[in-house]
Design a protein around this ligand. Structure first.
Ligand code: AMP
Ligand code: GLY
Length: 418
């Protein structure tokens, strides 16, 4: 099969790396890809959000299956457009991807189908939002409705902080139209875990649980990032918690989307908080998480292409998906300054040495004059395994040692922060 993967970060490198091991994938392309992806797939210079160019290129090059990995093209309906052009695609259609694209939609869905989540109200009127914040008190959480690059959420510890956040989103339009509608929620407490699950419209098959580290610095300090490292599986996610999540959250979510006429085919990202009252949903995403995907897919034994096909065709229940009985850790090496301003184009050394004991997924790299250089905030995801989580973490840090580039920054407490 000739397969095209859409995207160009660490997640897409992990997907391409795994697909390259599938015997039924004979030719692999990635758009736009990056310097690491270029080692396992042919990169095509089309932006991930350019739906028309992507569909045209796939058609002109007789691509037989497209994997749409990032949130934006999913929300823009790239899967719908590909399928309309007769090209089979993995990922939810826009009407199902809305579970990520609109927080107001997903909160209403959870309320209607009794899926446990924080209590909330939705507002389009600033004065009403301010009055609600006053009435509820702090701590309280203020969220912009639409996609805001993971930055549209403020966990406010005081009423003033919450009001300022609501004003910035609704009146000052800090996140553009994403903030015209805000969701104001009860503040939950407890460890956070991610569960990624394959869904085929009706059936759901979970991957090993994982845990992201969203803050930039050690001790969960500093600004939120796309994720500075991930482990799988986190110790807090016990078999008992998993059973409860399957019965109360995962299956009901897939059934709810089907009942709403929005069958979900793809990967659902369940962002969960294990509160004293049981597991509750913090957020849904309509795709693999990054860097969680890097840690989790490194544990997959089965053929990923077969799973993607089954998700599209509704035959997931016929597959026996096998995972390694190991733990994994993905350590993100970032550009100093990320998530704010950072330098690009810095030469990276030590990649070959590191690759001997771990898989080094590329997130933001490019090739310049035969040399691999930095080209993004998150640069690399050094992903290692171990028979215990402690061992996997130690292996990732050891493997990363030879790697260096100017202003390289990473957290030293991945797997130990919660
Ligand atoms: P989200 O984009 O909805 O995942 O929110 C980003 C982060 O904000 C989450 O990973 C949580 O750490 C935090 N957060 C979101 N909603 C809540 C909530 N209701 N209570 C406590 N923390 C929250
Ligand atoms: N790592 C968080 C996300 O992918 O949304």
């Amino acid at each position: 099969m000739k397969v095209l993967v859409v995207g160009g970060g660490g997640r897409e490198h992990a997907i391409c790396w795994k697909l390259a091991q599938s015997p039924n994938v004979t030719e692999l392309y990635c758009a736009p890809g990056n310097a690491g992806i270029a080692q396992v797939a042919k990169c095509v210079n089309i932006k991930a959000i350019d739906v028309d160019s992507m569909v045209n290129w796939a058609r002109d090059n007789a691509i037989e299956f497209v994997v749409v990995a990032p949130d934006d093209p999913l929300a823009l309906g790239m899967v719908d457009a590909l399928e309309k052009a007769g090209i089979p695609a993995f990922g939810p259609r826009a009407n199902a991807a809305v579970i990520e694209a609109s927080k107001a939609f997903s909160k209403e869905l959870m309320k209607k189908y009794h899926i446990p989540t924080a209590s909330y109200e939705t507002f389009t009127d600033l004065d009403k939002a301010l009055a609600y914040i006053e009435e509820q008190g702090a701590p309280i959480v203020v969220k912009a409705d639409g996609l805001a690059l993971g930055k549209g959420v403020v966990v406010a510890s005081t009423v003033d902080e919450a009001k300022t956040a609501a004003r910035e989103m609704m009146a000052d339009k800090k996140f553009g139209e994403s903030g015209s509608t805000v969701v104001i929620e009860e503040c939950m407490t407890g460890p956070e875990v991610t569960v990624l699950a394959f869904a085929d419209g009706e059936h759901v098959s979970t991957m090993p649980a994982s845990q992201d580290h969203k803050r930039a610095y050690d001790g969960n300090k500093g600004p939120n990032t796309g994720g500075m490292g991930a482990i799988a599986p986190p110790p807090q996610y016990t078999a008992e918690v998993a059973k409860r999540c399957m019965e109360e959250i995962f299956q009901p979510t897939v059934a709810a989307l089907k009942a709403e006429g929005r069958p979900f085919h793809g990967v659902i990202y369940f962002g969960l908080m294990l509160t004293p009252d049981g597991p509750r949903v913090v957020e849904y995403n309509a795709r693999f998480g990054d860097p969680e995907c890097q840690a989790v897919l490194s544990l997959l034994e089965s053929n990923l292409m077969d799973i993607f096909i089954a998700c599209r065709e509704g035959t997931l229940d016929k597959l026996d998906i096998r995972w390694k009985n190991q733990a994994a850790c993905c350590l993100v090496l970032a550009s100093g300054g990320y998530p704010l301003d950072y330098k690009k184009g810095c030469p990276i050394s030590g990649l070959e040495e590191a690759g001997k004991s771990a898989v080094v997924f590329h997130a933001g790299t490019a090739e310049k004059d035969g040399q691999i250089v930095t080209s993004g905030g998150r640069v690399l995801g050094v992903t290692a395994q171990g028979s215990t989580l402690e061992q996997a973490i130690a292996n990732a840090y050891t493997a990363a040692k030879p790697i260096s580039f100017q202003n390289m920054h990473y957290r030293t407490d991945i797997g130990h922060a919660f």
